[in-house]
Structures are given as structure tokens and as C-alpha cells.
Ligand binder design. Structure first.
Ligand code: ATP
Ligand code: MG
Length: 415
């Protein structure tokens, strides 16, 4: 990507009405555009980060047997009445609208009901199970407050997965495999050290707990108690003597922290499948309930979370696994010799499969360096008169102060 070609520009100041640091930085660096509170558009750089996160999640969901679908945003009221989740008194954050003929429809805030409904055409026998289905899609929730930037959107992107099992045993196996996949996802996103599997409330219809994945951060809205040695935690919501004992926590080992809920997985028992009349027939010809689980990850929340988590005073700092590009190439000056060398290097790097943001703009050196910091690629490579005099370029890691010279011929190997 040539910055001279990119339609977005960096800005010195964030809009006055934006109070969340993640959104301030992302807006200043040209990653997102704020449409209104809790509603953000992704510009080219932001879209790259979003897609990189989604791709890591997709790979790990495919690895545990997930089949990707895309469900609809528009939802029929009748389906949600069957599970008693249509009424605003039961679920208070629905966006609802009407068709031209007056029929009420909902705007998808979760997809248990429609997924179960769509399976009715295909599932009848024990031979059809287990099934694991997921999607990565926009969700809409009429959140009361939306002051945390991308962390709490009214429109946001979630990965939601659903499992359908014959027995509790089969369900638990799937559930644990997926919990392990979640751990791998957060490791790959650079959040492995700071993210804890956290016991939380399981909902009113099950005795079991749900598992949240909480990233320890001062901006977290949740209070959690962390056992750093065992690498697990418990949400304050369920922090009682009884639960501590049940879950084998030792009170003395727990430290109170703030956490951002980046994921949440739930055992659903057969609440939704029974209510929507999805059953299977076992080997003996008996009708049986289907045991479900659901598994969410806040893809767009992660964009904001990671932005804010790693940022420093100069701007964004992306983990290499999700950065829009690996290299931020800066051409310092507009002399033909410099432009030619930087162009050549840009082509050489991209041909070798490296993603590069190339600052080929005719602007001041100070602005180029400040923008490189603000945008947050892991490595800055500078081509200038001075470096070319030595047949070299300058390498600077985003997280380090020092720079080093690398011979032009050695750049690819150095990467
Ligand atoms: P919260 O407690 O933060 O409101 P939730 O428990 O309602 O979230 P779930 O229904 O469990 O959320 O959704 C799964 C995941 O989707 C959450 O773990 C979170 O990462 C993400 N998520 C939920 N609500 C939002 C939102 N309004 N904006 C961005 N991401 C969200
Ligand atoms: Mg949750």
C-alpha cells in the first residue's frame, strides 16, 4: 500500500466527542471512522486488522471442525417468541423494525434461534451429530451506553459458534476443545499472557458456569479474581465461598483485577433445541434432546482492545500477527536516487511476500516518522541519502528506541 494512494490521512487530534482512547487512536491513525456513538466504519487499515483477527479466529474454528456460514441479520419474530426472547421485557437490547406490510422483524443480536431453525431441515438422526457451525458477522444491540469506543458497539462484529451434541459427554468434549482453541487464539493475538479463562454466570437455565475469556486491563468493565499460577480466574458476579469451593479456588491465591471480556462460551443444555423442536433419534429409535453450546468472540472489540492494550505515547503498536503490514517503509526526501531505491525495495519486499506500507508522500521527514509511530507497524525501514551513502537502509522496531543499519542486499534475510 502506497500512502500517496491511500485516501485516509492521519490527524493530530481525535474528535472532541470521542472519549475512548482506543477509538481516539484508531481515528487519528485513519483506521476507523466514527458514524455515531457505538458505530464505527472500518477504513482500509482498520479493515486489514479486522480481517487479520477474523482470519486467526477462522483458522482455529476450522481446526476444531467448525463449518462457516453466514446467517441473516433480519429475524422473524415468531422464532424468538418460541424461546421467549422476543419481548423487550425479556431481552431489552433488541433493535426491531417493521416490513412494508407491517410484519415485525428483529435485527440480529445473537443467532441461537435461527441456527437451530435452519438445522431442522438436516438433522434427525444420531448419524447427523455432532455438528459445529460458526459465523463471523455484524451484530446489533441497543446498548444503553456506548462510551468505550470499539469495545462496546451498538453495531459490532462477533464470531459466534454453536455446537450440537448427542450427549453431555460429547458436548463436554467439544466444549473443552473449543476452550483450548480460544487459548490458542488469544496467544496468536499477542494476548496470551494477559487473558484468563474465567468462570462466570451460566445463565438462569443451567447449574453450570459459563467461561469468559477476560483480558486483564485497566479499561476493563468487569472485576475478576485471578489465580496467576493456575492461569484461571473467577468473575466477581459469582465470587462466593460456595463457588470458590466448588471450583477449587484458594482465596489466598486470588488477585483482584479489571478485565475486558473478549470471549464467552456457554453450555446451553437443550434449552433452545427443545424449544424449537430440534431432536434426534438415537440408535434404539428413541427421540432425544440435542445438547448445545455457544461460543462468542468479540472480533471488533478485539481491534479496540489490542489497540489500547499495546499503544504507547506515540501511537498504535500492533502485534505482528495482526498488523496491517509487517513493514512501514519510509522514503526520506524526493531525490530521484532515493525514490528509485525505495521503489525498488518496495517491489522487492512485496514480491518476496512481505506486506508493506510505503510512505512515498512528498511530506516532511518529521511527519513521516510521527505517522509511522502513530500507525504502529512492527518495523520501520528508512531509505535516505545518508543510508544510501552506505548502501544501506535503517531498521527500527516500533517497540525499541535503537536503530540499526542493514545493507540493501541483506534486507530480505534480515526480515
Ligand atoms: P458484555 O457483558 O460485555 O455486554 P455480553 O456478555 O453481552 O458482553 P456475549 O453475548 O457473551 O456478550 O457476546 C460474545 C462476545 O461478543 C463478548 O464476549 C464480547 O467480546 C463481544 N461483545 C458483546 N457485546 C459487544 C458490544 N456491544 N460491542 C462489541 N463487542 C461485544
Ligand atoms: Mg458474555
Amino acid at each position: 500500500m502506497r500512502l500517496s494512494h491511500n485516501f485516509t490521512k492521519t490527524r493530530r487530534d481525535a474528535p472532541k466527542d470521542e472519549t475512548a482512547r482506543n477509538a481516539q487512536l484508531l481515528i487519528r491513525a485513519g483506521y476507523v471512522h466514527k458514524m455515531m456513538a457505538g458505530v464505527y466504519a472500518y477504513l482500509p487499515l482498520g479493515k486489514l486488522v479486522l480481517d487479520n483477527i477474523a482470519q486467526i479466529v477462522r483458522e482455529e474454528m476450522n481446526a476444531v471442525g467448525g463449518q462457516e456460514v453466514q446467517m441473516t441479520v433480519l429475524q422473524p419474530k415468531e422464532l424468538w417468541e418460541k424461546t421467549d426472547r422476543w419481548d423487550d421485557k425479556k431481552v431489552d437490547n433488541w433493535f426491531k423494525t417493521k416490513l412494508a406490510n407491517g410484519t415485525e422483524v428483529g435485527v440480529g443480536l445473537s443467532h441461537e434461534e435461527p441456527i437451530v431453525d435452519s438445522l431442522k431441515a438436516f438433522v434427525g438422526s444420531y448419524k447427523d451429530l455432532p455438528i459445529t457451525i460458526y459465523q463471523i458477522q455484524s451484530k446489533f444491540r441497543n446498548e444503553l451506553r456506548a462510551k468505550s469506543g470499539l469495545l462496546r458497539g451498538r453495531e459490532f462484529i462477533m464470531k459466534d459458534m454453536y455446537t450440537f451434541a448427542q450427549t453431555q459427554e460429547e458436548h463436554t468434549k467439544l466444549y473443552e476443545q473449543i476452550a483450548e482453541a480460544y487459548i490458542r487464539i488469544f496467544e496468536r493475538l499477542g494476548l496470551g499472557d494477559s487473558t484468563y479463562r474465567t468462570y462466570a454466570d451460566g445463565g438462569y437455565f443451567t447449574e453450570k458456569f459459563s467461561d469468559e475469556f477476560q483480558t486483564v486491563s485497566p479499561i476493563g468493565e468487569d472485576t475478576i479474581y485471578v489465580d496467576e499460577k493456575k492461569r484461571i480466574a473467577i468473575n466477581k458476579e459469582i465470587y462466593t465461598d460456595e463457588n470458590l469451593a466448588k471450583l477449587n479456588f484458594n482465596r489466598a491465591d486470588l488477585v483482584e483485577k479489571r478485565g475486558v471480556e473478549v470471549g464467552n462460551i456457554f453450555p446451553l443444555e437443550s434449552k433452545y433445541s427443545d424449544a424449537l423442536d430440534l431432536y434426534y433419534v438415537d440408535e434404539k429409535g428413541q427421540r432425544q434432546s440435542i445438547i448445545m453450546g455457544c461460543y462468542g468472540i468479540g472480533i471488533s472489540r478485539l481491534v479496540g482492545m489490542i489497540a489500547e492494550h499495546f499503544a504507547d505515547d506515540n501511537g498504535l503498536v500492533w502485534p505482528a500477527s495482526i498488523a496491517p503490514a509487517e513493514v512501514h517503509l519510509v522514503a526520506l526526501g524526493t531525490d530521484a536516487e532515493i525514490v528509485a531505491a525505495a521503489d525498488d525495495l518496495y517491489h522487492e519486499l512485496t514480491a518476496a511476500g512481505h506486506e508493506v506500507i510505503y510512505d512515498d508522500r512528498d511530506v516532511q521527514a518529521g511527519l513521516k516518522f510521527a505517522d509511522a509511530d502513530l500507525m504502529g507497524m512492527p518495523l520501520r525501514i528508512t531509505v535516505s541519502k545518508k543510508t544510501l551513502a552506505e548502501g544501506s537502509v535503517e531498521f527500527k522496531a516500533r517497540t525499541e528506541e535503537e536503530t540499526r543499519m542493514v545493507k540493501l542486499a541483506d534486507v530480505i534475510t534480515a526480515l
